[in-house]
Ligand binder design. Structure first.
Ligand code: HEM
Length: 411
């Protein structure tokens, strides 16, 4: 329940998006109605926005609301902070951010993703082959987790046998509360990820291939090549950004399609519907629920003065359910017109991996619908993330189905 009161002239609420009992739907709906700019003392204090236009305006205003860290490593885009290491380029502001962003735009453009589609097809086919004869599977552990991890290592040029460990590290970081044992394990594993990526960068300098790390080794900034550390940081962001998010979107969608067979039937009968439906699933299931910014110049939000150093929470998921932008936001409308959801963010930092994420999601969903047509999720065995404040998703999604044939010969 939100208790509304004024503290030091601020509309203050008791708000903690990391509380295990936190309900994003209820809390943000109430805030959108009654308190669109609110201050919470939790996690060192931060402003909470909830209306679409406010969230979009702040995300677009990098000059006032920064993604960067200060000289002590404080700031960045996660509330509360879980690291002091700058993630390049997501924790930089333009124009510096754009230097690296232009490189990433080339790597993850619609054309680049189209070229990658046969690899995605093959990896999804192979992943489903591994369990289809059995008639049961945990769709997170055996499909939606492995596929983005395998695609990511392929794109980076990292050996495939590392995919599982990378996937687990990111999953632990994204799914558990900062300070928990699981989050600490994920953070420690992310140190191993940094080391692994650094080793791969050094190797690519000597033996370049047709991969992202090799491409980044050729890039210059002010006439100088990127350092190994900068390339490893960019690669680590691709690992972090690319894996668990798509896992979450696909897992939540497959759970929903099992619960609503009429919607599933529509997608089978009208396969083209999957394209607009992807936007709707992104809107409703927003894997990245919220991100943060730091105020760097005096400003006002709805008449509330905000000061340098203060943090601001941008709940993309609240924007996605804003009644003034989306008609009947609680309903899943597969062909919702003008679906301007903020699940990929907005502005300079809008997700560079959006095309790849959609390609992986659509390929997994299509193959599940065609190869496991009668799959049924065992709802009582579904496990949700223990913490859903920044990222949401599923830990387990067990399902049963009529066994089917493999497509590829066994490796
Ligand atoms: C459904 C899947 C995904 C979701 C929901 C998602 C969400 C987001 C969001 C909300 C942002 C904006 C961050 C901000 O404003 O601070 C972002 C940025 C980013 N994402 Fe994704 N992402 C997904 C998939 C991917 C994939 C597959 C990649 C792999 C390339 C990726 C790489 C990135 C990178 C590198 C950025 C930073 C861009 C920049 O700072 O210019 N993401 N993502």
């Amino acid at each position: 329940m939100i208790e509304d009161e004024m503290t030091d002239g601020r509309p203050s609420i008791d708000f903690d998006h990391h509380d295990p009992h936190f309900s994003a739907a209820e809390t943000y709906a109430s805030l959108r109605r009654t308190c669109p700019v609110a201050w919470s003392d939790r996690h060192g204090g931060f402003w909470v926005l909830s209306r679409y236009e406010d969230i979009a305006n702040v995300a677009r205003n990098d000059a006032v609301y920064s993604s960067a860290r200060d000289e002590h490593g404080h700031g960045g885009i996660v509330i509360p902070e879980w690291s002091t290491e700058t993630s390049i380029p997501i924790e930089m502001d333009p124009p510096e951010q754009m230097i690296y962003r232009r490189m990433l735009n080339q790597l993850f453009s619609p054309t680049a993703v189209q070229r990658l589609q046969p690899v995605v097809d093959e990896l999804v086919t192979r992943t489903i082959d591994a369990f289809i004869e059995r008639g049961n599977a945990d769709l997170i552990d055996e499909l939606t987790g492995p596929v983005p991890a395998l695609v990511t290592v392929h794109v980076l040029g990292v050996a495939e046998h590392h995919a599982k460990r990378l996937q687990r590290a990111v999953h632990d970081v994204f799914s558990a509360a900062v300070g928990s044992e699981r989050s600490a394990r994920g953070a420690a594993e992310m140190q191993w990820v940094s080391q692994l990526l650094l080793e791969h960068v050094r190797e690519r300098r000597v033996r370049p291939g047709a991969d992202v790390l090799s491409f980044l080794c050729t890039q210059l900034v002010d006439g100088e090549p990127l350092t190994d550390e900068v390339i490893a940081s960019i690669a680590k962001l691709i690992v972090g950004g690319g894996m668990d998010t798509t896992t979450s979107l696909t897992g939540q969608t497959l759970r929903f399609l099992s619960a609503y067979p009429d919607v599933r039937r529509r997608l089978v009968e009208q396969p083209d519907l999957l394209v607009p439906a992807t936007e709707e699933f992104l809107r409703v299931f927003a894997p990245s629920q919220s991100m943060g910014r730091t105020v760097v110049k005096d400003a006002t939000l709805h008449g509330c003065p905000v000061a340098p150093g203060e943090r601001v929470l941008l709940p993309w998921v609240s924007a996605n359910f804003d009644e003034s932008v989306f008609e009947r936001p609680e309903e899943v409308v597969l062909d919702r017109p003008k679906n301007r959801h903020l699940s990929f963010g907005i502005g300079y930092h809008r997700c560079v991996g959006a095309h790849l994420a959609k390609a992986m999601f659509q390929t997994m969903t299509r193959q599940v619908l065609s190869r496991l047509p009668d799959y049924e999720v065992l709802e009582e065995k579904v496990v949700e993330y223990p913490d859903r404040g920044n990222q949401t998703g599923l830990d387990a999604l067990p399902a049963v189905f009529t066994p089917g044939p493999r497509v590829l010969a066994e490796a």
